[in-house]
Structure formats: structure tokens, C-alpha cells
Design a protein around this ligand. Structure first.
Ligand code: ADP
Ligand code: MG
Length: 152
């Protein structure tokens, strides 16, 4: 799948990128956020959620202990996951992940989902660089590529 890479200097640029991605999203989408601890996964999630809710005051933190936090955006519900504490895929059944297909799923630590991570998704990889961060977008499936093409 083609990869689009953005060089990101600071949090303001993370927010600006999220604002450009937000209008491309629709119910049923899955965003998998990859990157080390502190890379900026929650920051990106916050930017996306605040943009979709059109409210910069909404409190968005990592749902580290609850695993999932739900938000009602005007167009679809948003499910923000932090899978870091998932040790066994069977714990995902309890979480009801399959019920979230009516909305947007934003997933931190998607690697913890193993085989249960949906294959139709947008992968976002955040890496540390000398000057800040790089944010890479990799859409899986033809439709994602069509949508991502609108960014460049
Ligand atoms: P993660 O969820 O990947 O562990 P966070 O989003 O919690 O990371 O961010 C960790 C720290 O890095 C926070 O202090 C945040 O302010 C900072 N940070 C996040 N994104 C950026 C960025 N694009 N540029 C500089 N600092 C950032
Ligand atoms: Mg986080």
C-alpha cells in the first residue's frame, strides 16, 4: 500500500494534520495508531476527536484503564481504544470491539489485537525524528488510497 509521510515539528502541526484527515472519515472506519510510548498517539487522537466534535475543550486522555472511551460526534460515534493492557485476544470479546462498526474506531497499541485487528483500516505510524516527529499514513484497500489522495 502507498505510504504518505509528513514531517511534524510540534503539536500544532499534529493538530493541523488531524484537521485535514478528519473530513475524510466516515462510520465504519478503523484507524490504527502505531508508535512508541510518548510518540504522540494520544495527542493525535485528541486532535482528531476535538476536530470531529468541533469542540477544542473536550477532554481526551488515553483510556489506559477503561480501555475504551466513547464520544458522540454529530455524524457517528467515536470509540477511542488503548489496547496496551490487552494480554490475551479473548479479552477483546469482553470489550465488545465488534460492536463498534457503526462508528469510527481509533486504536492505540493495535498490535495487541493480533488477528482481530480489522484488515480494512488506516495505519498511522508516528516516529521520533531529530527535529520532532514523522507521521506516516498507510491506507489498506483501494478506497483508502482514493481518499488519501485528497491530502496531497
Ligand atoms: P503516546 O500516546 O504515543 O504515548 P502522547 O500523545 O501522550 O504519546 O504524547 C507524549 C508527549 O509527547 C506529550 O507530552 C505530548 O505533549 C508530546 N507530543 C505529542 N505529539 C507531539 C508533537 N507532534 N511534537 C512534540 N511533542 C509532542
Ligand atoms: Mg497514549
Amino acid at each position: 500500500a502507498p505510504k504518505i509521510v509528513f514531517s511534524i515539528a510540534d503539536e500544532a502541526e499534529t493538530f493541523a494534520l488531524a484537521k485535514r484527515i478528519a473530513p475524510l472519515l466516515k462510520a465504519g472506519d478503523v484507524i490504527a495508531l502505531n508508535g512508541d510510548l510518548g510518540a504522540g498517539k494520544t495527542t493525535f487522537s485528541r486532535a482528531l476527536i476535538q476536530t470531529l466534535l468541533d469542540n477544542p475543550n473536550v477532554d481526551v486522555t488515553s483510556p489506559t484503564f477503561t480501555l475504551v472511551q466513547t464520544y458522540e460526534s454529530p455524524n457517528f460515534p467515536i470509540w477511542h481504544y488503548d489496547m496496551y493492557r490487552i494480554e490475551d485476544e479473548s479479552e477483546l470479546d469482553e470489550l465488545g470491539f465488534e460492536d463498534t462498526i457503526d462508528g469510527l474506531a481509533i486504536i492505540e497499541w493495535p498490535i495487541r489485537m493480533g488477528d482481530q485487528l480489522p484488515s480494512y483500516r488506516l495505519d498511522i505510524q508516528i516516529d521520533f525524528t531529530n527535529t520532532g516527529r514523522s507521521i506516516s499514513l498507510i491506507g489498506h484497500g483501494e478506497e483508502w488510497n482514493t481518499r488519501l489522495a485528497k491530502l496531497s
